[in-house]
Design a protein around this ligand. Structure first.
Ligand code: SF4
Length: 308
């Protein structure tokens, strides 16, 4: 369904004289099969949200190729991209920020249907009520504003809105991170049901390993803009091979895996070697000098490390 090849995203900072480029996504490649959930996991600031937005061209990638259902998305002009947009949707972290506070639920969900055109007023109303039921809300929620709903209910509205255009592919960026644990579980259950019933292909972005373990068929571990390990979720949880993935899955008491400052660290910018070199307990001289290449452990397990 989706193939991303050598995707790069750089941002510039500073004025004309002191322009500095920060590579936030660094030549990542991955594939997602139809109906599959692909987890993208990593610490805050590792570039996973930028990777998701670039994949949908919500922000323009600096370079690389994105092929969606046989279409080279990177070559599409704005008008062609607009036509494709209903098939590729994104769900953001904060439902309150995604919904217009002045719109009742029914209007929020109906908006993408109206914009797409081709449906009568009555058909739109019927579809809205169908979507409200699909995401587990009650008909009376249709007449409520976001402030009259809980966080979990609003996230269901966001889901219904994303589903309104019958998408094939959804990028879900930390869709449960602002919710209570019990509500999180309900939303994750709902997303799993939608995947099963609608055969949705999903890219699930999260920093929460339990969530990625529960939700994804395959996963990739990101660190400072790079994918360091990728494969079937079960394989990675049972037998992570990259030192960083191992630390992430089974953190050592001495290892600080706290939030990285993405802005202050120019990722691998000026340094030729492995991006994980400064923190790697197994680093050798070679690691500082030469950037590792992806090594295929088997058909669907790849690791970016010299020592594997
Ligand atoms: Fe560690 Fe070297 Fe592997 Fe990088 S390439 S993860 S520094 S062992």
């Amino acid at each position: 369904m989706l193939e991303v090849i050598n995707l790069d995203k750089c941002f510039s900072s500073g004025g004309m004289m002191k322009k500095k480029y920060i590579k936030v996504v660094d030549r990542i490649s991955f594939q997602i099969g139809r109906g599959e959930t692909f987890g993208l996991v990593g610490e805050s600031g590792c570039g996973k949200t930028t990777a998701g937005k670039s994949t949908l061209r919500l922000i323009e990638p600096t370079s690389g190729k994105i092929v969606f259902d046989g279409i080279d998305v990177t070559k599409l002009k704005t008008k062609e991209m607009r036509k494709l947009r209903p098939r590729m949707q994104m769900i953001f972290q904060d439902p309150d920020a995604s919904l217009d506070p002045r719109m009742k639920t029914e209007r929020s969900i109906a908006e993408p249907l109206r914009l797409r055109g081709g449906l009568s007023k009555r058909e739109i109303e019927e579809r809205v009520m169908e979507l409200i039921e699909t995401v587990g809300l009650n008909p009376e929620h249709a007449h409520r504003y976001p402030y009259q709903m809980s966080g979990g209910q609003n996230q269901r509205v966001v889901l219904a809105r994303a589903l309104a255009s019958n998408p094939d592919f959804i990028v879900a960026d930390e869709p449960t991170s602002g919710l209570d644990v019990s509500v999180q579980a309900q939303i994750l259950k709902l997303m799993n049901e939608l995947k099963r019933d609608l055969n949705l292909t999903t890219m699930f972005i999260t920093h929460d390993l339990e969530v990625v373990k529960h939700m994804s068929d395959r996963m990739a571990v990101m660190y400072r803009g790079k994918i360091l390990e990728m494969g079937e979720t079960e394989n990675i949880f049972n037998c992570a091979r990259h030192p960083y993935a191992q630390l992430l899955i089974e953190p050592q008491p001495s290892e600080d895996l706290g939030v990285q400052d993405a802005e202050s660290e120019n990722r691998n910018g000026d340094r030729p070697g492995c991006v994980f070199y400064p923190r790697c307990p197994f680093a050798e001289k070679n690691c500082m000098e030469k950037e590792p290449e992806m090594i295929k452990m088997n058909r669907d397990h790849q690791v970016l490390c010299h020592l594997v």
